[in-house]
Ligand binder design. Structure first.
Ligand SMILES: Nc1nc2c(ncn2[C@@H]2O[C@H](COP(=O)(O)OP(=O)(O)OP(=O)(O)O)[C@@H](O)[C@H]2O)c(=O)[nH]1
Length: 386
């Protein structure tokens, strides 16, 4: 294993016109939050995804050899394209390898029923003792959506684990080619899905491309997902607090959605040709100051389950990720936090603190076939639903 050297200089990559928070500031903030965090009895799981050869294993090796004081288990979500029947989970911890075969009637881990992966990890924790942290590496060809859904669990289920965040590695040399790949069934290709669903994106292998190519890649990634934080690096080296203990699915984390998150309408977006038309849209400036929670929930269900904007529009849409902060009619001193991953969603009403008052209501939607005007219209219309 390669000896640890200094982390290479990390380049801030977010274009000014289309940016979220400055990662350097973000890292400082995460540092502070990480240090003061209330101890959590549940074990965090970070999903590490990225297309073939993007540097996932390099990242895991780097994490495991860094000083973090954590007992980390690595779960490899590997499955042969041909078999798809059984799933090998390997847990390595301090060089010790433990393997468990998951017998899945429905195929690989990512298409199995939700419980199986979680139960397998809980069983392993019972057999091998608990871990402080779990890193789950998906195969390069995996759609991380179903895997994320599997580990994004309701608190009430009393699971020992919780989903901390989704990290996507991007191979700077090949990503542009991967983004253009067309699937036979016209569905969204995996490279695009992996970017769309991410909380943190690491553009790796920057030694293999020019800085202008990197800027172009950055723009293409931003068009797909303007809500994720991005860092560029070599050999997958990033500050650990950029990727671990990020609490991306906590309601409080959604409250920190940067006010500058992309508000571009699809028609005004750049000319970079990406076959898979996945975009981030941010709805803000709502017609009413407070929103009826049951109505917004029904609207979210329309989006995620009916895969259309409303009864008025027939366009088929695909939502990969949803994050929102709204103010409920029932209690304007609180906020509604909305999160969604593919067909799963969560709405929570949380009390607002003084700091939250400056955070504007907004809804960030990442998906395919999104029409800004139609989405806005349908959201307005849903306020009049009886
Ligand atoms: N030039 C260069 N090579 C890198 C960099 N990071 C990783 N690599 C190399 O790229 C190759 C693939 O890296 P891995 O970490 O195995 O990638 P992976 O995503 O785990 O690959 P799969 O499991 O096959 O999907 C290895 O030979 C790494 O040493 C980098 O920043 N620059």
């Amino acid at each position: 294993m390669e000896e640890n050297t200094e982390i290479p200089e990390l380049v801030e990559v977010i274009p000014e016109t289309n940016s979220i928070s400055n990662p350097v500031q973000e890292i400082e903030k995460l540092n502070i939050e990480g240090n003061n965090k209330t101890p959590d009895l549940k074990v965090p799981i970070t999903i590490v995804t990225g297309f073939l050869g993007s540097g996932k294993t390099t990242l895991l090796n780097y994490i495991l050899t860094e000083r973090h004081g954590k007992k980390i288990a690595v779960v490899l979500n590997e499955f042969g394209e041909s078999s798809g029947i059984e799933k090998l989970l390997s847990i390595s911890q301090d060089g010790d390898l433990f393997e468990e075969w998951l017998e899945l009637k429905n195929g690989c881990l990512c298409c199995s029923v939700k419980d199986n992966g979680v139960k397998a990890i809980e069983n392993l924790m019972q057999k091998k003792g608990s871990f402080d942290y779990i890193l789950l590496e998906t195969t390069g060809l995996a759609d991380p959506g179903p895997i994320a859904s599997m580990f994004w669990l309701d608190d009430d289920l009393g699971s020992d684990v919780y989903l901390d965040g989704i990290i996507t590695l991007v191979d700077a040399k090949y990503i542009q080619q991967y983004l253009l790949e067309k699937k036979k069934d016209e569905s969204i290709n995996e490279a695009v899905r992996q970017i769309a669903i991410a909380d943190r994106i690491i553009i790796n292998k920057i030694d293999l491309v020019t800085s202008s190519t990197l800027n172009t890649i950055q723009e293409q990634i931003r068009l797909i997902n303007s809500a994720a934080n991005i860092l560029r690096t070599e050999k997958s080296r990033v500050p650990l607090n950029f990727i671990l203990d990020i609490h991306a699915f906590d309601a409080k984390q959604v409250l920190t959605l940067n006010p500058e998150v992309n508000t571009l309408e699809p028609t005004t977006q750049s000319n970079h040709h990406i076959e898979e038309d996945v975009r981030t849209i941010c709805l803000s400036e709502f017609p009413v100051k407070t929103i009826d929670m049951p109505k917004i929930e029904r609207w979210v269900q329309w989006l995620l389950w009916e895969k259309t904007i409303s009864t008025t529009f027939s366009d088929k849409i695909t939502i990969l990720r949803l994050k929102g902060i709204l103010t409920p009619i029932s209690n304007p001193d609180s906020r509604i936090i909305i999160q969604g991953v593919q067909e799963l969603y969560d709405l929570q009403q949380v009390p607002s603190s003084n700091n939250d008052e400056i955070i504007e209501d907004k809804l960030v939607i990442i998906g395919k076939n999104l029409d800004y005007q139609k989405l806005k219209q349908s959201l307005w219309d849903c306020m009049n639903w009886s």
